[in-house]
Design a protein around this ligand. Structure first.
Ligand SMILES: [Zn+2]
Length: 231
C-alpha cells in the first residue's frame, strides 16, 4: 500500500498508471455523533480504506481523505461542518480529475457517511462523459460492503470503530429524538436494514479490510462489465 502524499510525482505517475492499480479516496464527514467524536465517519472511512488498500490485489494508492461531507441533516448541531452539495461535488470532480490526469484508471471512493452517498453517486454520474473510457470510478459504502445495519452513533458503529482501534462511547443522544434538524426528509422508502453477514460484535480489522477489498474489486468489475443499466 502506498500513500499518495508520500510518493514523488514520478512514483505516483508510474504506480497509478498501471492497469491493475487502484486509487482509493476515503470520504468522511465531521458531524455530531452524540457523545462520541465528530469525526467518527471520517475515522471509519480512513481506517476502512487503509485496511482494504492493504488487501486488494495489485498496487493500491491511498489518497488523503476528503474529511468533510454532506451533513445537512446535522448542520444545526454544534461542531458539525458540512459542505454544500455543490462544494462536495466540485471537490470530488477536482480530486478525481487530477488523479485521472496523473494516470489513475481505477478510482474508488470509500464512503463512511450515509448522507454522502447520493451526492457522491450524482457527482460520479455527472463526470462520466468527461473522463476517458478506460477509467472506472466507483463508490463503495463500507456498511454495504460489510452487510451491516449501521445506524448513526449506534452500537454497530461503535463496534466498527473498535475494530479499527478506536474506543468510543456514543452515550446518550437527545439529538436523535428532539433537537432541531430542520424539515423532515426521507427517501428510499424501500430500504430496510441490510442482512447481517456477521454480528457487529467481534468485527475485526482483518474482516473489514477483506470484505471491503472484495467489494471494491466487485464494484470495479461491475463498472467495467456489461451489466444492463437500471431503469
Ligand atoms: Zn456515523
Amino acid at each position: 500500500m502506498y500513500r499518495l502524499e508520500e510518493l514523488s510525482s514520478a512514483q505516483a505517475r508510474e504506480l497509478m498508471s498501471r492497469e491493475d492499480a487502484i486509487v482509493i479516496i476515503p470520504v468522511g464527514s465531521v458531524e455530531q455523533h452524540c457523545e462520541g467524536p465528530l469525526g467518527t465517519d471520517l475515522m471509519i472511512a480512513q481506517g476502512v480504506a487503509e485496511a482494504a488498500c492493504e488487501r486488494v490485489s495489485g498496487p493500491c494508492v491511498l489518497a488523503p481523505p476528503i474529511a468533510y461531507g454532506f451533513s445537512a441533516e446535522w448542520s444545526l448541531a454544534p461542531g458539525t461542518v458540512s459542505l454544500s452539495l455543490q462544494a462536495l461535488q466540485l471537490l470530488l470532480r477536482d480530486v478525481i480529475t487530477s488523479l485521472v490526469r496523473s494516470g489513475a484508471r481505477n478510482v474508488v471512493i470509500v464512503n463512511g457517511h450515509y448522507g454522502n452517498s447520493p451526492a457522491v453517486e450524482a457527482a460520479l454520474r455527472d463526470m462520466m462523459p468527461s473522463l476517458p473510457p478506460e477509467v472506472a470510478v466507483v463508490q463503495v459504502n463500507y456498511w454495504e460492503a460489510l452487510e451491516l445495519d449501521v445506524g448513526h452513533a449506534s452500537d454497530a458503529e461503535a463496534e466498527v470503530m473498535k475494530a479499527l482501534g478506536y474506543s468510543v462511547d456514543f452515550g446518550r443522544c437527545e439529538c436523535l429524538q428532539g433537537s432541531p434538524r430542520g424539515a423532515k426528509v426521507y427517501v428510499r422508502p424501500g430500504e430496510g436494514p441490510a442482512t447481517l453477514r456477521s454480528p457487529a460484535r467481534g468485527l475485526t480489522r482483518d474482516f473489514i479490510g477483506s470484505a471491503v477489498a472484495e467489494a471494491i474489486e466487485a464494484a470495479l468489475g461491475a463498472a467495467r462489465g456489461s451489466r444492463r443499466p437500471l431503469p
